[in-house]
Design a protein around this ligand. Structure first.
Ligand code: DC
Length: 230
């Protein structure tokens, strides 16, 4: 197989709540490679804007924030912790104020450009599984493996609701459902990196599959494309 022992990128893209995070984390664990949650990066920028009262159209102020932003991730007891300018924001970036704004922030051109640059830089020289919306189409169009996950909006809202409950975040199901639909529309209709499947991505509708089943199907795809040295 062509990709033995070389660095590689596994791109996991798709709508919110399709199980991308769990899948990407499990792949990373199984193959002992780096996991990158690019959505969390956009969430950190959104929180930085909220903390500094910067509006969506204040491009100069946004650029200044981006010039000074410090994003760090550390893995503690198997859990990723996100630090924004030194503060642990792991929980805050999943809260309503960020949920409501992040899709719009992620479609500001300067934000997208800076984050994509950072993602490419962080991935350099690594074996990595990267989760997001535009990894296979834009960040790494030459990724060795591209997976695109979908599921119905109802199923995705249910999954996110359950995830939040486990993390002690109490947001009603109806609110999550509305947010999922709103973000889908926003993500797909944006002129800046709209959410869409890469032509050469493997698409999987996860609605009727368990996480284990999705993992098995995707792992088989990965093995077809890369010989992983575990
Ligand atoms: O995966 P998530 O729900 O944490 O992502 C948060 C938002 O960021 C979501 O509305 C889409 C956006 N996003 C993006 O535009 N590009 C990425 N690579 C990752 C996320």
């Amino acid at each position: 197989m062509e990709n033995l022992c070389k660095n590689y990128v596994i791109a996991i893209d798709g709508e919110a709540g399709t199980g991308k995070s769990t899948l990407a984390k499990n792949i990373a664990k199984k193959y002992n490679i780096v996991y990158m949650d690019t959505g969390a990066m956009y969430r950190c920028v959104t929180l930085d804007m909220i903390n500094n009262n910067v509006a969506l159209d204040e491009i100069e102020k946004i650029t200044e924030l981006l010039d000074n932003i410090k994003l760090e991730v550390s893995s503690e007891n198997g859990e990723d912790k996100f630090y924004l300018n030194g503060e642990d924001v792991t929980k805050k970036i999943r809260e309503k104020q960020v949920n409501d704004l992040v899709s719009q922030v992620s479609h500001i051109q300067i934000v997208r450009d800076r984050m994509v640059d950072l993602q490419r830089k962080l991935a350099q020289g690594k074996k990595i599984v990267m989760e997001g919306r535009d990894i296979g189409t834009n960040v790494f169009p030459d990724a060795q493996v591209k997976i695109y996950l979908t599921a119905t909006a109802q199923e995705r809202a249910k999954r996110r609701y359950n995830q939040n409950q486990e993390k002690g975040i109490d947001i009603p199901y109806e609110e999550i459902y509305k947010n999922v639909v709103f973000r889908d529309n926003n993500d797909k209709s944006s002129s800046v990196a709209p959410l869409k499947k890469a032509d050469d991505a493997y698409e999987l509708d996860t609605t009727n599959y368990s996480l284990e089943e999705v993992e098995e199907i995707v792992m088989n795809k990965v093995k077809e494309k890369i010989q992983i040295d575990v």
